[in-house]
Design a protein. Structure first.
Length: 620
């Protein structure tokens, strides 16, 4: 009798398995690097052509294979790393499934050259689409080289999904970065089209490796973490102090028993460790290694081994979160005077909040006589006490420290560029009766019999964003030249993203020049930023560009970048505001649309009715 069901041929099985393991060139790099590390290599060379689409060649100085093993390594479910089911829970190697080589071979033209001896005698095997075409002896030093050409040459549908060279290279660099962080004692070199992309020599420890990969300038802000819970759990690594943050979680690197993983539980625990310390939407820089009894964790959840399952999930979660908290607690960011967390102190604002008359203008005139801004963007008018109304839209760039120089001459000209259109606005916000400021973060107002609470940071951000957007559409955003360019060191992907887009960024007021390797010189910044930390913004912008580079066009993300700029340029919470400043802010809020939310989507304002308040006091 004829059956409907049939067992698939081996070749097709391999292709199906490859679908899970080999998504793109970087997946091949990941698998081959794991094999090299499992073979005890101390030097690994990764050569790519066309971001790995044309060629991936990985050469290591590990222990290599003999002739028989070399042949066996191509077989599916052939591994030297485990033999019994029990071994699955006592893993000490990165690989164990025995399917990477078979999978990769089935979708490429693969040449394996390997030697397990010091006599220089090696083996070479060449396979196409998983079929061995020829094999023989060659001279080769101890170690292994695996060359993967024309990935997906026999799977055109998959091949179509591959992205442009730069994107694929970026993914591969990501993989190398992760392995390199976990193995500082191993040297890695990544080349693309014979150009050296990453050159990492052997290092003493993870700190040195982090400096080489993510930038030396991070080091002062990284705390060393070392904690353990009995014999079972051990956590080591580097975590950023709360002032060093990123706009994306991509710099949270977590490893379990030396394996990079991206696990929700671990990620959550890390963020929990930083609870109350970071602004919303900000992420720390973290490189953490968890050592755990292999019996307590199941790695075999997903073919790419990026996810894990813990036997005692909450134990691990709490251990990680507490370890971070303990390490962060004694750090310097605790403001000694107040004990408040993350206070961005108003440096040059000595006036108490809510002064009802124009604040002593002398306060804002420097010895040189130049105009000095009190605390934000909305204060030009107060420099002229005779003026009895506020011209809210006028923006004076903040007191330029000696190393800032405005590119344009007339301040008023620049200021005008940031003016929101429309004259004296009269609207909802301007009509509010201002009651005061709460916790230096919220403005309290009365509207009829309702109580209105306004988040000053969100409001400023909203206005700043609107101004930037106008300036951007009108032409370019005024910039200020730095007398001493600031040098920035980025990680590989951010550096590529910034390098690719630096000319576009000129329209946003940045002037950025390559400074060798992954470094850039920041020569001019948007004037709106004043003397605020511009390099922090550029790092954020680079991260955003990196994200965009992988998804679409820069144009589409201009808003995102403007939001970042607005966020970096405006007054934070915890800043005293004078009534004049509040009024100026309200004038501007009345001029813009969509003011109900800050650009991040957080509400700018909350309303409480008298009834609600009376209910609180049981009067209703
Ligand atoms: P796994 O790593 O899961 O065992 P692979 O298909 O990746 O499976 O590799 C199969 C086997 O080939 C490995 O178990 C190992 O013995 C051998 N091998 C692969 N790459 C190397 C290498 N670079 N050096 C030495 N041995 C290797
Ligand atoms: Mg492997």
């Amino acid at each position: 009798m004829e059956t409907k069901i049939h067992v698939l041929p081996e070749e097709l099985c391999n292709k199906i398995a490859a679908g899970e393991v080999v998504e793109r060139p970087s997946s091949v790099v990941k698998e081959l690097l794991e094999n090299s590390l499992d073979a005890g290599a101390s030097d690994i060379l990764i050569e790519l052509e066309a971001g790995g689409k044309r060629l991936i060649r990985i050469t290591d100085n590990g222990f290599g294979m003999n002739r028989q093993d070399a042949f066996l390594s191509f077989e599916r479910h052939a591994t030297s790393k485990i033999s019994t089911a029990a071994d699955l829970f006592a893993l000490t190697t990165l690989g164990f499934r025995g399917e990477a080589l078979a999978s990769i071979a089935s979708v490429s033209r693969l040449r394996l050259t390997t030697s397990d001896n010091d006599a220089g005698l090696g083996q070479q095997i060449y396979a196409e689409g998983g079929k061995i075409k020829n094999a023989g002896e060659v001279g080769f030093p101890r170690g292994t080289a695996i060359e993967v050409r024309n990935l997906f040459f026999n799977l055109p549908a998959r091949k179509k999904f591959l992205r442009k060279e730069q994107t694929e290279l970026g993914h591969a660099a990501d993989v190398v970065t992760k392995q390199a962080l976990a193995n500082p004692a191993v040297s890695f070199r990544l080349q693309n089209n014979e150009r050296i992309m990453l050159d990492l020599r052997r290092e003493k420890g993870v700190r040195e490796r982090v400096a080489a990969l993510l930038g030396k300038s991070l080091l002062p802000d990284l705390l060393t973490l070392e904690r353990h819970s009995g014999e079972e759990l051990q956590l080591t690594g580097l975590i950023s102090q709360p002032q060093l943050t990123r706009s994306a979680a991509s710099h949270i690197y977590t490893f379990i028993n030396g394996r990079y993983i991206r696990d929700r539980v671990v990620q959550h625990a890390v963020m929990q460790g930083y609870r109350h310390l970071l602004m919303k939407g900000r992420y720390p820089v973290v490189v953490l290694f968890l050592q755990i009894d292999p019996a307590q964790v199941d790695i075999n959840v997903h073919p790419t081994k990026h996810e894990v399952r813990f036997r005692e999930q909450s134990l691990v979660h709490d251990f990680i979160a507490e370890s971070l908290q303990q390490t962060l607690r004694p750090a310097e960011w605790l403001s000694p005077a107040t004990g408040d967390l993350l206070v961005e102190k108003s440096k040059d604002h000595s006036t108490p909040p809510l002064q009802t008359q124009a604040v002593n203008p002398g306060n804002w005139v420097q010895a040189s006589g130049s105009v000095r801004e009190p605390s934000g963007l909305y204060s030009q008018s107060v420099t002229n006490p005779a003026q009895n109304h506020i011209s809210p839209a006028a923006v004076v760039s903040p007191s330029p420290p000696s190393f800032y120089q405005s590119t344009s001459v007339g301040k008023s000209v620049d200021a005008a560029q940031y003016t929101l259109p429309g004259s004296e606005a009269s609207g909802f916000f301007t009509r509010l009766q201002i009651l005061g400021q709460y916790h230096q973060s919220y403005i309290l107002c009365q509207d009829g019999s309702d109580l209105i609470l306004i988040d000053q940071h969100a409001a400023h951000e909203r206005v700043g964003f609107e101004k930037l957007r106008l300036a951007y559409t009108a032409g370019t955003i005024p910039s200020q030249t730095l007398l001493f360019p600031e040098v920035l060191e980025l990680d590989f992907n951010s550096a590529v993203a910034l390098g690719d887009n630096r000319h576009e960024l000129e329209n946003l007021g940045f002037e950025i020049e390559p400074f060798g390797g992954k470094s850039f010189a920041l020569k001019a910044i948007p004037q709106l930023l004043g003397n605020r930390n511009a390099s922090g913004l550029v790092v954020d912008v680079a991260l955003e560009l990196e994200r965009v580079g992988r998804t679409g066009q820069l144009r589409e993300s201009i808003d995102e970048i403007l939001i970042l700029m607005a966020c970096h340029s405006v007054i934070r919470a915890n800043q005293a505001l004078a009534t004049v400043e509040i009024k100026a802010l309200f004038q501007e809020l009345d001029k813009i649309d969509f003011k109900a939310n800050c650009p991040h989507g957080r509400p700018v304002m909350q309303r409480m009715t008298l009834t609600e308040i009376e209910r609180l006091f049981r009067r209703q």
